[in-house]
Ligand binder design. Sequence first.
Ligand SMILES: [Zn+2]
Length: 460
Amino acid sequence: MKKVFNNMLLGYFLTVIGSLIILLFCFHTNKANSTQIKSNTKNIPIKRPSNLFNLEESADTIFNLIQKVGAKPVTNIQKTKLKKNETLSSALKRINFENDHISKIINTISELNKGPKILSSLPIGMIIHYSNPSSLVGGALKLNYTKTKDIFVWQDIKNNYKSQVFLRPSRTEETLIKGVIKNNLYISALESGIPENTLLEMISLLGFSVDFQREIRSGDSFEILFTKEIDTLSNLVIQTKPIKFVSMSLSGNKLNFFNYEDKYGLPQYYDENGKSSKRTLMKTPINGARLSSRYGNRKHPILGYTKMHRGLDFAAPSGTPIFAAGDGIIEKAGWNGSYGKYIRIRHTGTYKTAYAHLSGFHKNTRIGKRVLQGKIIGYVGTTGRSTGPHLHYEVIKNNFQINPMRIKLPAGKNISKSDINNYKNHVQKILNLKLALEKTNRNNKLATNNHNISKKLILN
Ligand SMILES: [Zn+2]
């Protein structure tokens, strides 16, 4: 995971906020700052041409299924979960099904398309709804086999066991969430109803451009548009699709990124002009410093003779924060001879950056840890062979230092000229969708207000 926040804090949020998200989710549909539109396209049509995937729509309960297929009636539905190391047979035994019923149930499931495979791949924790058979009551099972499929088993009126796989119906909902940051993006975003995986996606795509440690101010705002797939029977979110649009307003500066799939169908993000969200390594991994020595031959200030200077020096007061020049893994953090206190980050297989003469390390800077571009890793100092406080910065390509001013890293590709019109049309479509969602949002708000007013009138 991208490490944007202090790990301990993150862990804390995950545990405390995690349960909150679930609650937020359940009660969020009417929240003022979130809009959801049911899209016209239902994911699973009820009737389809006959083929292997031609599955009927699931029923939400065994009772409804019994009505639908006209099975032997059931009276009492109970619930259990498939335990670790349990097969369906042993689970049925545990819940007091008799052996001949168990073997008939296993037989009917085996006869389904890919039945034996289904039986051997039932997930641990799978919810089993069941009705225990007796002379008057039908035996029945509902297995929540996958997020999208249920298996029903029932007894017909002649006491024969039947089974069938059903598709759970789902719908997609476009969701636009806007929020204002109170003091922490992470918390404010979760509070506004953004699912955690979508939030992490957002942080990682903005990570090339936003310095989350230093740039975020209270009052900054964000907008995010994404698609949810919702189980129509349970009303729970099955999954979220990649972010379509994200925007951040940072002290009045607006950053917008739009999803545009590459030729492999993978989501890539670009600004409104088609510039990739992925940035190269920073050339100046420090703020407000003066470039005091360039890359190349120079007379060494301590050794006195001409020596190749294989980095850049930035003069800055001791304690000035130093940033990771790009996303990567900390490969070295410690004393390194004449370099003094030293950090090296491995960014890709090819590129590394190094930072020398530090006064100290950031408390999260540890070997093996992942850092994000722009995150503080240490502080300017004058340790090692140094004449005064400065940062010595190196970019290392295939283990040789190169001139950081000349790096040409494979940043994300921008939209090509030949594709720019398609891209701009695509952007316009997303913006239109956003406008439609904003309108619905306002109408919903109005409806809620009117409802409250009429409630007041009735109460008075
Ligand atoms: Zn230097």
